[in-house]
Structure formats: C-alpha cells, structure tokens
Design a protein around this ligand. Structure first.
Ligand code: SAH
Length: 221
C-alpha cells in the first residue's frame, strides 16, 4: 500500500480484504453465490466512520453512532440469503436503515429497495453514502418503520434489522409468497432470526438461528 495515497490504498486493500471476507462467509455456510457477489461488490468501509474503516471487513458489528450498529457481515449475509427464497425481488422493504449497508447489499439483488430509519441523522448519513457509491435504486426515508411503507406495498420481501415485537402492518404489506425476515425475541429473551413466508392468509415460520440486534423502537428521533 502506498502510504502517500491513503484513499487509493484503502481502495485496493478493500477489494482484497472483501474477497477474504467472502471466503470466510463461505466457510461459515453462506452458499448463495449471488449473495456472496453482492457482498464482494459492496464497499463496507464506506458505510462506517473513517476512524473504523480499517476494521470494516472484520466479521463483527461496529458502532455507527447514536448507540446503533452496522450488523455483522455474517448476519447481513444470512438475512440476504434468506430473502432469496422470495419468488421475485422487485420491491424489498427494510426497517432500520442504520448505516445503509444492508440496503446497499440488497440493492444489487432487488429492483428497488425501500428503507426506513427512525433516527434522522442516521437516515441522512445513509442517504449520502448510498449516493456516494452511486446506488440509485434505494429509497430511504426518515420515518417510523413500524407502519411499513403502505404506498409501496405489497413487498416481495421485508427485512427487519432491529429486534422487537413485529407489528401487524409488516405482515399485511407482504405479497403472496413474500418473505419477512426479522429478529424475534424467544421465550428465553434471546433473539432468534425468523423467516416468515406468506401462503395466503397463513405464514410459514422457520428459525434461522440466534442473533443479537439493537431494539426496534417506536417514534422518531
Ligand atoms: N441495517 C443496518 C443495521 C442497523 S441497526 C445496517 O446495515 O447498518 C438497526 C437500526 O434500526 C438502527 O439504526 C435503529 O435506529 C433503527 N430502528 C429501530 N427501530 C426502528 C423503527 N421503528 N423504524 C425505523 N428504524 C428503526
């Protein structure tokens, strides 16, 4: 790496370290090549504060300010892989934009991504970052995601990246065969990642494993 050219340096390093991250994810059981390619193509270091960019390709969650975190790459990969069960991905809704990274990964697999964030400053920063990496099919709003995004429903997939009680509007806004992925509190208080698939009025439910997300909260900040 050329020390006098830090921007170019991180660019080159990140392509290589991103490949390494993808290898690590593959070893951890992420098998969908479309998901791995989307992760390989998404510069995670541009979605965290510059002071943390050297740690962007570690397989860990990182702080993004206001007490929130960018999810661990393994969890982003798991959620994205779970979304791929939807029959099509024309419209995807995300609750909890945070850094914008999960939305950026989804934008490579879906036609349009609608994402909601209750903290104004995070919503603004995420929009800036998405613009900077030239992603133009993500629509980001500073709104309370508990009511979903009714004017754009039905969605092929809904991804909830904060843990709490799942509100009914999210189920209502899911199209037929659509997939809802969310961390749900189990009986022991620990969160499990659950995939719901809509079959008419019924929802198939599958437990994808233990996770740990920041809380899903009501109202704007
Ligand atoms: N998907 C994010 C992870 C964000 S952490 C990423 O890739 O970086 C979860 C985010 O959900 C936090 O930013 C938090 O403010 C937001 N959040 C919590 N409750 C919410 C709600 N009701 N509506 C919208 N966003 C919410």
């Amino acid at each position: 790496m050329n020390a006098s050219s830090p921007v170019r340096g991180i660019g080159m390093t990140s392509a290589r370290t991103r490949r390494r991250l993808v290898e690590a994810l593959r070893d951890q059981g992420i098998g969908d090549e479309r998901v791995l390619s989307a992760i390989e193509a998404t510069p995670r270091h541009l979605f965290v504060d510059e002071a943390l960019s050297s740690r962007a390709y570690e397989n860990s969650a990182l702080p993004i300010g206001r007490g929130q975190t960018i999810s661990q790459p393994r969890v982003v990969a798991m959620m994205t892989e779970a979304v791929m069960a939807a029959p099509k991905l024309e419209k995807v809704l995300e609750i909890g934009t945070g850094s914008g990274y999960q939305a950026a990964v989804l934008s490579r697999l879906a036609q349009k991504v609608f994402t909601t964030e209750r903290i104004g400053e995070l919503a603004r920063l995420a929009r800036q970052r998405l613009h900077r990496v030239k992603i133009h099919n993500v629509y980001a709003r500073h709104v309370d995601g508990l009511t979903g995004w009714p004017s754009q429903a039905p969605f092929d997939a809904i991804v909830v990246t904060a843990g709490g009680r799942l509100p009914q509007p999210l189920f209502d806004q899911l199209g037929e065969g659509g997939v809802l992925i969310a961390p749900v509190a189990g009986s022991d208080g620990m969160q499990r990642l659950i995939r719901f698939i809509r079959r008419g009025a019924e929802f198939e439910r599958e437990d994808l494993g233990a996770v740990s997300f920041v809380p899903l909260l009501e109202g704007l900040e």
